[in-house]
Design a protein around this ligand. Structure first.
Ligand code: ZN
Length: 412
């Protein structure tokens, strides 16, 4: 029996919140530095550590490497070459992240091989494909969470562009109106993202002024325009501000999730969320960041499919459990909820490697042999594949919430 607590690394990216992660972990707030992400998993960049009963710690990456079949199960170990296929994160965004997309499995394999051939070091800042694998991701809101994701229906975007019409924008509006489909979006996005700086410097102030007017008039697209203004304030000369006009503006409520498959262009704006993703760092950025930007490579992977982004509901399908659906073979995320004074014990079967994360209340985890471990808010545990099922129930009468990360259905 090895239900063991994890000690997880915090990533201090500048866009992070000083309060969300420390508050969840029960540390003093505000923290002295931004705390952007908490990583739970076996990513070589910052693996979690498993805390043994005697307080000793071992890197989860080392544990998996030493016994892939015992830790991951035979099928998962074989399918993913002895690596834990997913990474679970808490994401705490105070400020917007970069605009980005991730490659498909085939694009990642090809890009990785190409950059290896070119001899670009894996940790170089201009490396696009440090990993040979895809990076699908799913983000589930813990607080109200704001994002731009996927291309808006072009008809709606034409309406938005007309609502903020300026002389400089008119020809671009006309371009999309003449071809309101993925090809038209590709043409307009490519034009904007590659505009020479002098043209951008002429157009952007005009667009931002138009957005100010639209917000003041409480126009139909006021929320979208406020986001453009926020991005424009932080990056006043960046073509990504124009590109942001083309994306869906989403507000997720607690428990709601979006799935970002390969090629989906997205930008997280603000809020706290649980994120699950394939254990990969392949990111192609097109702007709104001081980090490496590679527009030609991004254009190779972006998917210009358009329309509303499907938002998965936060309600629990059966009483206490919500499963988030994706086509990603690397992961599956589910959420368990107990309302106040609900003492029901839930059995969590042993389906490959699992990480359980408590995000509200306190829980009691009981293993098959009767051993018990208390899981407090902000704490997480590692369940190796070799372990039998465990049972979980709230420790006291308050509301409790648990996220469960597992590998997806491993096809043979
Ligand atoms: Zn992403």
């Amino acid at each position: 029996m090895t239900v063991e607590l994890l000690r997880n690394a915090v990533r201090p990216y500048a866009w992070g919140s000083r309060t969300a992660i420390p508050e969840l972990l029960g540390r003093p707030v505000p923290a002295p530095h931004p705390e952007a992400e908490l990583w739970m998993g076996a990513h070589p960049g910052d693996p979690s550590h498993v805390i043994g009963p005697d307080g000793t710690e071992r890197s989860l990456l080392e544990l998996v490497d030493a016994d892939p079949v015992g830790q991951l199960g035979e099928r998962c170990a074989k399918r993913w070459g002895g690596r834990l296929p997913f990474l679970l994160k808490i994401l705490a965004a105070e400020e917007p992240l970069s605009m980005q997309a991730h490659p498909s499995a085939a694009q990642a394999a090809e890009g990785h091989a190409r950059e290896e051939r070119l001899g670009i070091p894996r940790d170089a800042s201009n490396r696009n494909y440090p990993d040979p694998t895809a990076k699908p991701e799913l983000v589930c809101a813990l607080t109200e969470f704001h994002a731009l994701a996927g291309f808006r229906d072009p008809g709606r975007t034409v309406k938005l562009l007309k609502a903020i019409e300026t002389p400089g924008l008119a020809k671009y509006t006309g371009l999309l109106e003449a071809q309101p489909d993925p090809s038209g979006l590709r043409a307009l996005f490519t034009t904007w993202i590659t505009l020479p700086q002098p043209s951008l410097d002429g157009l952007l102030p005009e667009v931002l002024d138009a957005c100010v007017r639209h917000v003041q008039e409480h126009g139909e697209f006021a929320t979208e325009c406020r986001t453009i203004l926020e991005l424009g304030e932080a990056h006043p000369r960046d073509a990504g501000v124009l590109a942001a006009l083309l994306l869906n503006r989403l507000t997720l409520r607690e428990g709601e999730a979006i799935y970002l498959p390969a090629g989906n262009l997205h930008l997280y704006l603000s809020g706290t969320a649980v994120e699950i993703l394939a254990n990969s760092d392949n990111i192609l950025r097109c702007g709104l960041t001081p980090k490496h930007v590679d527009v030609p490579e991004l254009l190779r992977v972006v998917d210009f499919a358009c329309g509303e982004m499907p938002v998965q509901p936060g309600e629990c399908a059966d009483d206490r459990m919500a499963v988030y659906h994706t086509d990603a073979p690397e992961f599956e995320l589910s959420r368990m909820e107990w309302t106040a004074d609900d003492p029901t014990e839930i059995e969590v079967d042993s389906a490959g490697p699992q990480i359980l994360l408590c995000t509200a209340g306190d829980l009691l985890v009981t293993a098959a042999d009767g051993e018990r471990i208390e899981l407090r808010r902000g704490q997480s545990v590692w369940l190796p594949a070799a372990d039998p099922a465990v049972k979980i129930r709230p420790l006291d009468g308050v509301r409790a919430q648990l996220f469960r990360a597992t590998a997806g259905t491993c096809e043979e």
